[in-house]
Design a protein. Structure first.
Length: 367
């Protein structure tokens, strides 16, 4: 299959691994921001194939996982309101909210089982079509994701405004990736030598958005796709930059990523959203790291439209999802991993999401 088979070629992978092994002479720790990278790295056994000088760390690149438990509680409370249809992507259905919540349900799936009208959709436009088909109901879309999905939500809001659909709104929990990367580096909990940049996000924001890493932190960044050769090329770029002591942003995903990104998507985001503080699971509240609806579009803001009561949120006792998201520990370091916390009965979101590090480590092994 074109654009897949050639990026999984075993001979090319062996050649790249040989280049990396010859080039890498000093210990480095590379963090992949994207949960898609974490799954690909473990699925294809790249950790085991790399030389011992290279350590890979997973970062906070799972939008489901970094959604704060208080925001999950808010979505559950909203779903329980009369005449509300709550729509969401599949992964969010099972994400637990607060451990000690006073709400009657700990997840949207539990709320659905208790009678709330919670529906899984595949796109924001599915939710918009649902609003058109149910004019007597309020349809709320749970807007999560990074810069990859935010433009699609912006497009749906623009379409709702143009069509005069007034029973559609968005609970906007979108987050921006560079501020989270800065927060991890500024905290200094874990030493990071270089960043494997997220391919899908960077397709939207452009590789220039990561120039702050070599400029302000003196570390390289290599943008990667999601096939083995994409990731190995990015690792080679990072090792080469570190060995030369020449940090830079390099692009190993040129078939998709350009320096300036996607200007159409960026314009939609800038029109519909305003940058705002956001709460991240594991990182706390980070300034200028989230998106809220801008003036002119606040009629579609579910948080303004529906006043719901929530309570102080609490994380599950013993769950180390926050530390996993910061790269401080591996999933296997959590005492709940694969014992109390499983995909069938998850305690934390890292075991729920298809991009979660705990789910990846359980499925493929993390050695």
């Amino acid at each position: 299959m074109r654009y897949i088979d050639e990026f999984r070629d075993p001979d090319a992978a062996r050649n790249l691994l040989a280049l990396i092994s010859r080039r890498s002479t000093k210990p480095v720790r590379l963090m992949e921001f994207c949960g898609g990278h974490t799954h690909a790295i473990l699925k294809f056994g790249l950790r085991q194939l790399l030389p011992p000088t290279i350590e890979l760390l997973s970062g906070p690149g799972c939008p489901v996982c970094v959604t704060a438990s208080g925001d999950v509680d808010r979505a559950i409370a909203m779903a329980k309101l009369p005449d509300v249809i709550m729509t969401t992507f599949g992964d969010m259905m099972r994400v637990p909210g607060s451990a000690d919540t006073q709400l009657p349900a700990r997840s949207l799936q539990e709320a659905k089982a208790q009678g709330a009208d919670v529906r899984m959709v595949y796109s924001t436009l599915d939710a918009l079509s649902m609003a058109e088909a149910n004019p007597g109901r309020q349809v709320v879309f749970l807007g999560i994701g990074f810069e990859t999905t935010a433009p699609t939500v912006a497009a749906a809001i623009l379409q709702a405004q143009a069509k005069g659909i007034d029973n559609f709104s968005v609970l906007c929990l979108h987050k921006l990736t560079p501020p989270a990367t800065k927060a991890i580096l500024d905290a200094g909990e874990v030493r990071v030598s270089g960043i494997i940049g997220p391919g899908h996000v960077t397709t939207v924001i452009g590789s220039d958005a990561w120039e702050f890493l070599p400029r302000d932190y003196g570390i390289p960044c290599a943008i990667a796709g999601f096939e083995p050769l994409d990731i190995l090329q990015a690792i080679y770029f990072l090792v080469d930059s570190l060995e030369n002591d020449a940090p830079a942003v390099r692009n190993a995903y040129q078939r998709t990523v350009v320096t300036a990104g996607n200007p159409v998507a960026q314009r939609m985001m800038q029109d519909v959203f305003a940058v705002a503080p956001a709460e991240w699971r594991g990182l706390g509240t980070l300034p200028a790291s989230g998106l809220k609806l801008a003036n002119g579009y606040q009629a579609f803001d579910a948080e303004r439209r529906f006043a719901v009561k929530t309570f102080p949120s609490r994380e599950p006792k013993g769950c180390r999802c926050g530390e996993v998201l910061r790269g401080v520990c591996e999933p296997s370091d959590c005492p709940l991993f694969a014992q109390v916390c499983t995909p069938e009965d998850p305690v934390g979101p890292c075991m729920v999401s298809s991009e979660g590090a705990c789910a990846a480590h359980l499925q493929y092994g993390g050695a």
